[in-house]
Design a protein around this ligand. Structure first.
Ligand SMILES: Cc1ncc(COP(=O)(O)O)c(C=O)c1O
Length: 377
């Protein structure tokens, strides 16, 4: 900013919604915050969010038969749940299968307990689904947990029913727990959200983490839920009870209101879908291999190896991080680089825009800024 005073930085690196929670959810929070019965420690929560979560799983994801009393407990966001769960599952020497690139929180905490992390790369050839058959036998013998996340951050990839079925069979065969982080679950551009719990047998091996953060523009509110296997939910609850004192009931009740109004998420997803189509076009025109994902708000594209500028200067890039640095310093476009499994850039369609016209202006601005650059791949 100091080098380019007055010039706008286009921030495509953001990992959270650009808008506020919907007014009706804010109203619900205000009404619930005024109730004296909601004022105290919430501990593991009352039945309001639990019941709404079970209804949501059935209505939105087609998952029947979740018992709200024993198979759901709220979380202070998925991150909090991912940081609490390793205490229940990881002893020194136990292994966790994590996907890279990915959201590392469970693995980080597993290491605090003396656990080991085995990384499964997400590659284009595998449609950004981990190759479960690639896990070496000695690792498999020590493996306690497989962590999955679809729609995926950062690749934007969605899972398939077949993949989830394979994962359930893998977990059963090897006595492994599956934790499916569904933080972006309902943000889909076509069809219905796919829940891991919709797969027969999933509840025997795992749990799913849902969050109001992205689905309802409520990142700062800190509310989600853990659902699925009763023993795992109970273990999470026992630990949670000894870790936090629960999210403010008024926030839980407002989140429950959201869960009962999935049309809110549909509106949010429609906005991201519109922006995604436009961004794909802009990046494709610039030479990137950009394809619209089926959900999330992330567009993951392969990073160029070099750029030739309008003046004919060639800049070589050692990795995605170098590309990202170049884009922000030369073009004032912020992105997130990933070099874990190939060199890729992540663009988020949660950039701040006042309205649709402003949205189009910002995307046009990106196009203009890279217009005179030839990217080499
Ligand atoms: C894959 C993934 N899981 C979990 C989270 C955390 O979500 P929450 O706000 O529910 O803690 C994020 C946030 O960026 C994420 O990308």
């Amino acid at each position: 900013m100091a080098a380019h005073p007055g010039k706008e930085i286009i921030d495509m690196g953001v990992g959270e919604p650009d808008e506020m929670a919907f007014p009706e959810v804010v109203e619900k929070l205000c009404a619930e915050a005024r109730k004296p019965e909601n004022r105290g420690y919430a501990d593991n929560g009352d039945m309001v969010l639990k019941e709404a979560a079970a209804r949501y799983l059935e209505r939105v994801c087609g998952v029947r038969g979740i018992n709200p009393e024993t198979e759901v407990i709220h979380s202070i966001g998925s991150k909090a749940a991912l940081s609490i769960l390793p205490a229940a599952l990881i002893n020194p020497g136990d292994c966790v299968l994590m996907t890279i690139p990915g959201y590392p929180v469970f693995g980080t905490h597993a290491k605090y307990y003396g656990g080991l992390v085995h990384n499964l790369p997400l590659t284009e050839e595998n449609h950004f689904l981990p190759d479960l058959d690639s896990v070496p036998k000695d690792v498999l013998g020590k493996t306690k947990v497989l962590v999955l996340n679809y729609p995926n951050n950062p690749t934007g990839a969605s899972a398939t029913l077949e993949f989830f079925e394979k994962a359930v069979a893998f977990a059963r065969r090897n006595n492994i727990v599956i934790i499916h982080d569904a933080a972006y679950a309902a943000l889909v551009f076509e069809g219905k959200p796919l829940s891991f719990l919709a797969v027969p047998g999933a509840k025997e091996v795992g749990i799913e983490l849902h969050s109001a953060s992205k689905s309802f523009n409520m990142t700062g509110w800190r509310c989600g839920f853990v659902a699925g296997n009763e023993r795992l939910v109970k273990a999470y609850g026992d630990l949670k009870d000894n870790t936090d004192s629960g999210q403010f009931l008024a926030i839980q009740h407002a989140a429950a209101h959201g869960l009962d109004h999935p049309e809110i998420t549909e509106k949010i997803a429609a906005k991201y879908s519109r922006r995604m189509s436009a961004l794909v076009q802009v990046l494709a025109q610039a030479g990137f291999n950009a394809r619209k994902p089926k959900g999330s708000f992330f567009l993951y594209v392969n990073a160029p190896q070099a750029a030739v500028t309008g003046a004919g200067t060639k800049v070589e890039f050692a990795n995605a991080e170098a590309v990202s640095q170049w884009l922000i310093t030369e073009k004032l476009i912020s992105s997130v680089p990933w070099d874990d499994a190939g060199a890729y850039l992540r663009f988020s369609v949660t950039f701040v825009a006042k309205n649709e016209a402003d949205e189009a202006r910002i995307l046009g601005e990106i196009q203009q800024r890279v217009n005179d650059v030839k990217f080499l791949f």
